[in-house]
Design a protein around this ligand. Structure first.
Ligand SMILES: NC(=O)c1ccc[n+]([C@@H]2O[C@H](COP(=O)([O-])OP(=O)(O)OC[C@H]3O[C@@H](n4cnc5c(N)ncnc54)[C@H](OP(=O)(O)O)[C@@H]3O)[C@@H](O)[C@H]2O)c1
Length: 325
């Protein structure tokens, strides 16, 4: 296998941590001896062992000896950490076991690491190659990168509209538009994201649960957008008055990704700010309202978004737009 194939496997492993690791990155690691993977690891959850440590521990706990590591290469989708966080530095662990070579997809933008993990390995005489499958790794870690590089959470907008383009009837009466499979799709987005935001009218009118009820892991933190709230607020929700305040709270609370679930005014506001990183537009194949609240209109190119997929399930089409990287 080529280095890129091993990195692809790392990225596959890392994906298992989606929704569990925030605000940490998704990371996968494989240990290779004579062109064969002898152990695998991934970061499974916030505060848990990093991918490199898991791969090493898994190998040793099966009764194998560490001696072989001197003849092994390590492939990892993110630069090994060099600082004491919730766990000791992975770079030290790789040095301790005197691995032959380390292949890394992307540097860690966290100022506590930022190249120092690579430096530590090189200073110990370990050969390091950086950048294999970098685009894949950066795409997988887009929440983490936005948080550290842009100093703001990654914003995903999602809505469901009827086949004639309405997100709700004129009465604003709560109306289910998408089918079961799309609802499951939305729960997967909720599971991946650290936070959810809805506008005041949606909260008061729809009383949505905004939870993931399929996939498990920590539930997203719930926010309501309102500049004029003066009543009681369900203790599950935090109130935000404007986007600057919201970004500040997200940075303080380590919330690196936000799913904005509507309604129209809230979605349009975000589209106008240019802060949108991703749009998931669900369109019913058969539901027609004839009149109602129109779905948001947007020019993807003007927002710097590319259409990356258009799929369908039994009841709906789902179109996804992503910020050009
Ligand atoms: N089909 C779907 O996917 C979907 C999803 C969600 C909702 N909906 C539907 O959408 C309808 C509600 O949409 P809507 O447009 O009427 O209302 P909305 O966006 O849910 O809420 C509007 C309120 O949010 C607050 N808000 C919005 N932008 C703000 C900003 N920039 N700063 C501060 N606060 C801001 C304001 O509260 P204040 O006035 O207090 O400042 C505003 O009145 C409902 O019928 C709901 O069922 C459909």
């Amino acid at each position: 296998m080529k280095p890129i194939d091993y990195i692809r496997r790392c990225i596959e492993l890392a994906a298992q941590g989606k929704g569990w690791v925030n605000p940490n990155p998704l990371v996968g690691c494989v240990i290779v001896h004579e062109d064969k993977i002898i152990s695998e690891g991934w970061h499974q959850g916030y505060g848990q062992a990093h991918a490199e440590r898991m791969a090493i521990d898994e190998y040793l706990s099966a009764g194998n000896v560490a001696e072989i590591f001197k003849e092994c290469d390590v492939y990892v989708s993110l630069e090994p950490c060099s600082h004491f966080g919730k766990t000791p530095p992975c770079a030290d662990l790789l040095v301790k076991h005197r691995f032959k070579r380390v292949f890394v997809s992307m540097l860690d933008p966290n100022i506590l690491v930022a190249g120092s993990g690579i430096e530590k390995l090189r200073q110990a005489g370990i050969s390091v190659e950086v950048g294999i499958g970098e685009a894949l790794a950066r795409s997988q870690n887009r929440f983490f990168l936005s948080f550290h590089e842009k100093k703001r959470p990654y914003f995903i907008l999602k809505w469901a509209e009827t086949s004639d383009g309405f997100i709700a009837p004129e009465s604003r009466f709560r109306t289910a538009i998408s089918g079961v499979e799309s609802q499951k799709y939305v729960h997967a987005l909720r599971q991946e994201c650290s936070a959810i935001l809805v506008g005041r009218t949606t909260l008061l009118g729809d009383n949505p649960q905004l939870t993931d009820r399929y996939f498990g892991g920590p539930q997203p933190v719930k926010f309501v957008f309102s500049s004029s709230w003066n009543g009681d607020l369900d203790e599950d929700f935090q109130m935000v008055e404007n986007v600057q305040q919201f970004i500040k709270i997200c940075m303080e609370q380590g919330l690196n990704s936000v799913l904005v679930e509507g309604g129209l005014q809230t979605l349009e506001y975000f589209l106008a700010t240019g802060l949108v990183d991703e749009v998931h537009q669900i369109q019913s194949k058969s539901m027609v309202l004839g009149t109602g609240i129109n779905g948001p209109q947007f020019e993807s190119a003007a927002l710097g978004l590319d259409k990356v997929s258009h799929t369908e399930n039994e009841s709906d089409f789902i179109t996804v737009y992503k910020r050009k990287s």
